[in-house]
Design a protein around this ligand. Structure first.
Ligand code: 5GP
Length: 213
């Protein structure tokens, strides 16, 4: 039995190339969960194999700029020359339904979310070592040398930001990393500060009677 009805907002970040997308897919393949993925909007070009509306909503810069003006993003950031943002309406809709919403976003946007939604759960996915990450960025084979260099520099800056997160999960093995994230989500749900009011109602006590030590 779950004591709180509203879903959790879960923010997953980590340096480019750490395998966030793969970990996220493994997480969503696990049995018995009510996670929903928030599809971001971006101005970058579609990579081979990506699907509009599934991996991202791909839009032109003008459309993105218009949506910023209209306040349609929970957060947005520029990343290596392109814009990325989380559409606000879908996030609220899913949280109200009691579903957990997973954002997979870079560090700057994650900070914006933390400021707006302080009770979100912030998870940083780290590589088992820096070299592993550089190798992955090089071997992806979808970007020019210039973009690869920019992503490596960006990753070096992002490495430093893990302290801003509630949890650090090392992606040594995709399924292990996904397991640990699911354990974090379950534990966060049971946290007293999230459940105490619903609990007091359940046992028929007035919330005002919670005694702090
Ligand atoms: P990629 O181009 O490799 O798909 O994504 C580049 C970076 O942008 C990744 O770190 C990814 O997590 C991040 N990103 C994806 N969607 C969003 C978003 O909606 N907002 C922010 N701030 N970053 C995002």
């Amino acid at each position: 039995m779950k004591l709180n009805d509203r879903g959790l907002l879960i923010v997953i970040s980590g340096p480019s190339g750490v395998g966030k997308g793969t970990v996220r897919r493994a997480l969503f393949n696990m049995p018995k969960h009510n996670l929903t993925y928030s599809v971001s909007m971006t101005t970058r070009d579609m990579r081979p194999g990506e699907v509009d509306g599934v991996d991202y909503y791909f839009v032109k810069k003008e459309e993105f700029a218009q949506k910023i003006k209209e306040g349609k993003f929970l957060e947005y950031a520029e990343f290596v020359g392109n814009y990325y943002g989380t559409p606000l309406d879908k996030v609220n809709e899913q949280l109200d339904k009691g579903n957990e919403v997973v954002l997979e976003i870079e560090v700057e946007g994650a900070q914006q979310v933390k400021n707006k939604v302080p009770d979100c759960v912030m998870i940083f996915i780290a590589p088992p070592g820096k070299q592993a990450l550089y190798d992955r960025l090089r071997n992806r084979g979808t970007e020019s040398e210039e973009v690869i260099q920019q992503r490596i520099e960006k990753a070096n800056r992002e490495f430093q930001k893990a302290y801003l997160y509630d949890y650090i999960v090392v992606n040594d093995d995709v399924n292990n990393a996904a397991d640990r994230i699911m354990a974090i989500i379950r534990a966060e749900h049971a946290k007293t500060e999230r459940s105490i009011h619903a609990y007091m109602e359940m046992i028929g006590e007035n919330n005002n009677s919670i005694d702090k030590p």
